[in-house]
Write a protein that binds this ligand. Structure first.
Ligand SMILES: [Zn+2]
Length: 195
């Protein structure tokens, strides 16, 4: 299971190397599961979305400041303030977001039983900035039988270019599939016939 936090949260379940994108291709909207506050209406139209608890908008709310124009940049700034120490309000806001993120991850682990959860975007930074609180909330959200040997959480390794690299790899997968190679060979033959 891959989960990434930027503005809100997205992700995908990968089964045998293939992303499970659902019947219409719109699967993986994990941020719009109702792990959040039901008194809040999400910009997506649904109520109580997890999205609104795990990013820069949530940090701003916890800090009592206006919604930021750039929630991602704001989150990075608050994470840095929390890690520098000496700013109790920033640290407390990051802890709340870390707990909201971790308990949702645990819920998805309960649901999907993945081999591993990879955290991308801001998610590994949020975990690192409040590691004890994050890990405690993760364990606390797991069904008891999973706690002795919890499914590992790992930071994604491709960094900020991961979406770009994934798109390129997906394109290559199409071109280098049997059907893609057949099409290339047919093009080549048609070009040869034309001389
Ligand atoms: Zn939503």
């Amino acid at each position: 299971l891959y989960l990434t936090v930027e503005v809100g949260l997205g992700g995908v379940l990968v089964i045998d190397g293939v992303p499970a994108v659902g019947g219409s291709g719109a699967g993986g909207e994990y941020g719009h599961m109702p792990f959040g506050d039901r008194s809040r209406r999400c910009p997506c139209g649904a109520r109580g979305c997890w999205d609104n608890e795990v990013d820069g908008r949530a940090l701003a709310r916890h800090l009592g400041v206006a919604p930021p124009d750039d929630p991602r940049a704001f989150a990075v700034e608050v994470l840095e303030r929390a890690e520098r120490g000496g700013e109790a309000d920033a640290a407390a806001a990051v802890r709340r977001v870390a707990e909201a993120l971790a308990s949702g991850v645990a819920g998805l682990v309960n649901a999907h039983d993945p081999d591993v959860v990879t955290l991308g975007g801001l998610a590994p930074l949020i975990r690192a900035a409040a590691q004890d609180d994050f890990d405690a909330a993760y364990l606390d959200g797991l069904m008891e039988f999973r706690r002795a040997d919890p499914i590992p959480l790992r930071a994604a390794s491709l960094g900020d270019d991961s979406a770009l690299i994934g798109a390129a790899a997906a394109g290559l997968d199409v071109v280098l599939s049997e059907a893609g190679l057949d099409e290339w060979a047919a093009d080549f033959e048609r070009a040869a016939v034309r001389g």
